[in-house]
Structure formats: structure tokens, C-alpha cells
Design a protein around this ligand. Structure first.
Ligand code: 5RP
Length: 218
């Protein structure tokens, strides 16, 4: 089985978390894309979706699924999204696709966050995957210097602009032992919009597609 087959298997397993007659929060990336494509098969059973990125919104609309503004949604029981890394406490690194801020907002609102990924994303310690940090453009150099002070090596994702009009610094060489503290510390740097650590609001369920079948952690 390829990594993509495993992503699709995880997405398929997440469908059972969808409550008929509800709005579904949808993430961004290749695993979330599988979920969107599968959700299309039950689109008549849901009231619509909230998307964490413009690209996911477009894909949802392409399937005839109504995309709603988060501000107009009273109840969002479920958010389904991928991740770049997860530890065994279901704390995540996200934002490889640059959608981390909207992803974090939708995850914050959702009653349940179901993370879907292929088995390679499960790690003991977060930080091998460079941690994305969304930054207000004029603060880029200042934020980068502050991150160096924390022991990280920030690399500007040159040429990439987020859906919010901001920049991304990918921070290498961080061994993240205390994820919630690191999340807070980075978010306290003036000019940071948010960072890709989902530790204060981790996933509630992690569904991993592996060569030995689908594994679920809660
Ligand atoms: C996008 C994300 C994605 O969930 C993450 O990058 C995983 O992507 P993929 O499903 O393609 O492996 O956080 O900002």
C-alpha cells in the first residue's frame, strides 16, 4: 500500500464521525482532499461545510457541497483534517500546506477534531518536520531573530502567501518536548499570527492508515 492509499483509508474511516444534518469542518491537504472526495458521496446528508482554506472550499464547491462562513455557523460538531506530525498525546504539527491559522480556528470551534493521516506521521517527539509559523509580513525578520533566540532555525517560505495575506517561516531544529509551552511561547512573539503546533487544542481522535490496516487512537 502506498502512503496515499493509507491516507485514503484513514479518510474513509473518518466518515463514520459525520453526524447527518450537521455542518462539517474540513481541513487542507492531500489527506483532507480524500475526505472531501468521499464526503461528496454523502453530501445530501449534511447541511454544508466550513473550509480551512480557499483551495479546500473550491474542491468542496466542485462536488456541490455548500461552503458556509464560520461566523454563520452555530454548531460545528466535527472537524476533519490531516497533520504533518502527531505525537502519542495527539498533539500535532500542522501547516505544511500553509493553512495553519484557519485550521486552528476551525479546530477551536469544533466539538470534535478527528485527525487523519498515514502511519508515518506518528512520532515520539514533535519537531523533525519544520514547524510552520504564520507571520505578519513587516515582522518577518524580527520574528525570525526571536525564534533563533529560542534555538530554532527559521527559513522563509519564499514566494508563498497565506490565504490571510501573511508569510510563513518554517522552523527547523526544534526538538519539541513541551509542546503546549512552545506553542504559547511562539504565539507570544509580536508579529506571529499563530504557529502550527496544535498542543493546547490537540486532536480528539487520530485515525492512521497503515499497511496493517486502520489504527485509531483517542
Ligand atoms: C495543511 C496541513 C495538512 O494537514 C498537513 O500539511 C498534512 O498534509 P497531507 O495531508 O497532504 O499529508 O496542515 O496546512
Amino acid at each position: 500500500m502506498s502512503a496515499d492509499d493509507n491516507k485514503k483509508a484513514a479518510a474513509q474511516a473518518a466518515l463514520q464521525h459525520v453526524t447527518p444534518g450537521s455542518v462539517v469542518g474540513i481541513g487542507t491537504g492531500s489527506t483532507a482532499n480524500h475526505f472531501i472526495d468521499l464526503l461528496a458521496g454523502i453530501r445530501h446528508k449534511i447541511d454544508g461545510a466550513v473550509a480551512s482554506s480557499e483551495v479546500s472550499a473550491q474542491r468542496l464547491r466542485g462536488h456541490g457541497i455548500q461552503v458556509l462562513d464560520l461566523n454563520s455557523v452555530d454548531d460545528l460538531p466535527l472537524y476533519v483534517d490531516g497533520a504533518d506530525e502527531s505525537n502519542h498525546n495527539l498533539q500535532l504539527i500542522k501547516g505544511g500546506g500553509g493553512a495553519l491559522t484557519r485550521e486552528k480556528i476551525v479546530a477551536a470551534v469544533a466539538g470534535k477534531f478527528v485527525c487523519i493521516a498515514d502511519g508515518s506521521k506518528l512520532v515520539d517527539v514533535l519537531g523533525s518536520f519544520p514547524l510552520p509559523v504564520e507571520v505578519i509580513p513587516m515582522a518577518r525578520s524580527y520574528v525570525a531573530r526571536q525564534i533563533v533566540g529560542l534555538g530554532g532555525n527559521p527559513m522563509w517560505r519564499d514566494g508563498f502567501v497565506t490565504d490571510n495575506g501573511n508569510l510563513i517561516l518554517d522552523v527547523h531544529n526544534l526538538e519539541i518536548m513541551e509542546a503546549a509551552k512552545m506553542e504559547e511561547r511562539l504565539n507570544n512573539i509580536t508579529g506571529v499570527v499563530t504557529n502550527g503546533l496544535f498542543a493546547r487544542r490537540p486532536a480528539d481522535v487520530l485515525i492512521l492508515g497503515t499497511d496493517d490496516g486502520v489504527k485509531v487512537m483517542e
